[in-house]
Design a protein. Structure first.
Length: 315
């Protein structure tokens, strides 16, 4: 009897001991940072710009650039891997509402895995708002009397203002204004006509792409700078994607994050202190992340942030 009790006690001790060991081995999983959600508002046009374009008699170029930019802007921002993009334009929301109406009609089996549920709209942490503040479409041509060649130079120039808004506080976090242009030079014989629209389409998409990348650098990367993901020797992996327009040979300054700062007068949170610790040069730009070589290293490590160097910004 005593032997049985002792054996039972031994077994319980072993079981409890194993349980406590397993519990001790279960290191709490650190909380993962929540992904940021960003809504891209429809690109608006300053009323004076609309009036000017209408007086010129051709609104198509402006519409084409805006339509192309709305698509490219989504792709450019998604390529950063920083945000979950949330649909906010009228057409997208109407399509979603039509789908949810179908779900509530009873024609869809809600019990099937993967079926969307009603009322699951995702709120956006931030809103990107852009407005066209100037637009010019200028074509100049000259005929060479000796060869009969017509030389045409068409320039499309657009000026924009952008801002990032915190949707929970309506605070404007970042603003920027910039001007870009796209140029196209054609040479053709007077007796030969080029394919209508071909040159124009290239200009529209080129300008839209350049504007989207400019928004990325001037707005997104200033408010949400890329991070250093890893470092081996003098080779750095950095959170910069090909879709943002980054190029091999670009130089980026690297900063370590210090203590959080506050405005001494208003008490406003100014974010963490940024301490310069070096500079890297991009050596390979990949679809989702890039590699760089440290050309000045005063303690570069994973977690530091990177910003385009002042020389790159001037260019």
């Amino acid at each position: 009897m005593l032997k049985t009790i002792a054996t039972t006690a031994f077994c319980l001790t072993m079981i409890c001991g194993a349980t406590s060991l397993r519990a001790a081995d279960q290191t709490p999983t650190p909380a993962q940072p929540k992904p940021l959600t960003l809504a891209i508002g429809r690109i608006t046009v300053n009323p004076s710009v609309i009036e000017s374009v209408q007086q010129a008699g051709d609104t198509m170029p402006l519409r084409r650039v805006i339509e192309s930019m709305e698509v490219k802007l989504q792709g450019t921002i998604k390529d950063t891997g920083k945000f979950i993009l949330v649909a906010r334009n009228k057409d997208d929301l109407q399509s979603v509402q039509e789908e949810q109406a179908l779900i509530s009609s009873g024609l869809v089996d809600k019990t099937k895995p993967g079926t969307a549920q009603l009322g699951d709209f995702t709120g956006a942490n931030f809103m990107l708002e852009t407005q066209v503040t100037d637009f010019q479409d200028i074509t100049k041509q000259q005929v060479n009397e000796g060869t009969g060649t017509t030389v045409k130079l068409r320039t499309i120039r657009m000026e924009m203002s952008c801002k990032i808004v915190d949707t929970s506080t309506t605070e404007i976090l970042q603003t920027s204004e910039f001007t870009l242009s796209a140029k196209d030079l054609q040479q053709q014989l007077e007796s030969i006509e080029s394919t209508p629209g071909t040159s124009s389409d290239k200009l529209f998409t080129q300008l839209a792409g350049d504007l989207s990348k400019k928004v990325m650098r001037d707005i997104i990367y200033k408010q949400f700078p890329p991070r250093i993901l890893a470092k081996t020797g003098d080779i750095v992996t950095i959170q910069i994607s090909r879709g943002t327009g980054a190029k091999k040979g670009e130089k980026w300054d690297v900063f370590a994050l210090g203590k959080n700062l506050k405005d001494p007068y208003t008490g406003k949170d100014l974010g963490p202190e940024e301490i310069y610790i070096g500079q890297v040069e991009l050596t390979r730009v990949n679809p989702d992340k890039s590699q760089a070589k440290a050309i000045e290293d005063n303690g570069i490590e994973a977690g530091a942030i990177a910003r385009p160097s002042e020389t790159e910004e001037k260019e």
